[in-house]
Ligand binder design. Sequence first.
Ligand code: ATP
Ligand code: MG
Length: 556
Amino acid sequence: MADNFIREIIDRDLENGKNEKRVHTRFPPEPNGYLHIGHAKSICLNFGLAEIYNGLCNIRFDDTNPETEDDEYVESIKEDIKWLGLDWGNRLYHASDYFEQIYAYAVKLIEKGKAYVCDLDLEKIREYRGTIKEQGKESPYRNRSIEENLDLFERMRNGEFEEGACVLRAKINMMSPNMIMRDPIIYRIRKESHYRTGDKWCIYPLYDFTHCLSDSIEEITHSICTLEFETRRELYDWFLDELELHHPQQIEFARLNLGYTVMSKRRLLELVDEGFVDGWDDPRMPTLSGLRRRGYTPVSIRNFCERIGVSKFNSIIDLVVLENSVREDLNKHAARVMGVLRPLKIVITNYPEDKEEELEAVNNPEDEAMGVRKVPFSREIYIEQDDFQEEPHKKFFRLSPGKEVRLRYAYFIKCEKVIKDDKTGEIKEVRCTYDPATRGGDAADGRKVKGTLHWVSTRHAYQAKVRLYDSLFTKRDPNEVDEGENWKSNFNPASLETLEECFIEPSVKSAAKGTRYQFERQGYFCVDPVDSEEGKPVFNRIVPLRDTWSKIQIKA
Ligand code: ATP
Ligand code: MG
């Protein structure tokens, strides 16, 4: 990990012998959705710091909200973290494991005269809190006696009150310039089953109270979170100081924002629930499960997180940075094959009808060890429709009438004739001749051609479905909306394009789910792990080869 301001803080702490020179971090997801690439940044940071300093990193499910949390999310989060290649050993915890302890700390605050049961409803509490410009007003229940508060709090726990009837609040300072410090709520009544503790509890601690205590209980040393929590640090510190507990240091860094997508779990859930996408693992989603299904590698995501670094300033990272990291990885490791996405039939008229041959193709020029394979060739092949122009524009160096091009690993072919549909005028096939003296792709007489095309033999190729993706939203910051619209108006209806009639070379036919390839000139593709069947792969395009994004951004 490159040097950053968090490492500087830790270095200083170690020099000063703070925390017995331990480094212990944690990643604290709330199991109310799937992890996204922003979480990956936090995971890599927390695990990365633990690794550099020979420390430890816990996973802790921050599960204090019975309405929204679920085991499905817990399982997906574990799977995603494992997939990233990180290991929490036996340090997987749940805030809900500490409910009894957290309750005891709340009682202790009451005993110190630092917490009280308040009967104001939420609206009144908000009203009494004041604004940034206006001081808050004290609740009429603020000066209840310690005995009364202890009694009421216990009765809250025992289920004697309805939801919303009362809450437990910290007694801090209604005049504080920091709104967070104006007697925040620390417990509320919720008569709902919790996915782990069931109906044992009907009061639940709020995030701010739970988080610092859980960190403290686990003897975390550096509690790293995103910038929104900066104003809450004062409260984090207040609880731990009042309760005189081990006191981790909260450190805030800028969250990851990626262009042309959204990152809030609430919004991602909305996209899933309202059918904009096919689920949390839709390959267009910025979730780790979506990226995995799309074909992103764990290494590419970790490299991305390393590359974007850690800072105190919010910004939007360009998608191309993420795309480049997967290109870089797959360029070295993915086998190259040929597949034609939008087929145009070529008939090579001077190639014998019943002849077939196998031509040698290199699997990855970046890695000789990946070897070579045989690609079958015959009289009829497919090339891409856009590799042919009947009336070529000036800079078009691919196939057009009278012109010669190279078929990769095969022969030079020359276009002789275009066959069209009588009625529609649509091009049905293109007739070419080949030069047998160019076998392998080079002319014996040294003549050159400008274009090299990929192709497949129609007789040998097999048909496959291919999905191409564009960004999920049409705006770099989808949260920017025009008058009278909402962020979903920026959804990109062209984010998915499905091609049903693609033809792929036979070597890929029995590819296992999740295998990644480079289709020459078309990009990197992954055999979809969900929709593929034996012998019937569906390919997701992970990224095109070149970065088409830079062009779009210049226009914008
Ligand atoms: P979201 O805002 O996406 O709903 P969250 O903060 O509610 O995320 P949590 O499950 O609470 O989600 O997050 C777990 C950890 O991941 C927290 O420490 C949080 O700060 C961090 N995190 C969440 N989003 C990002 C992000 N975009 N970039 C970096 N870290 C993030
Ligand atoms: Mg959160």
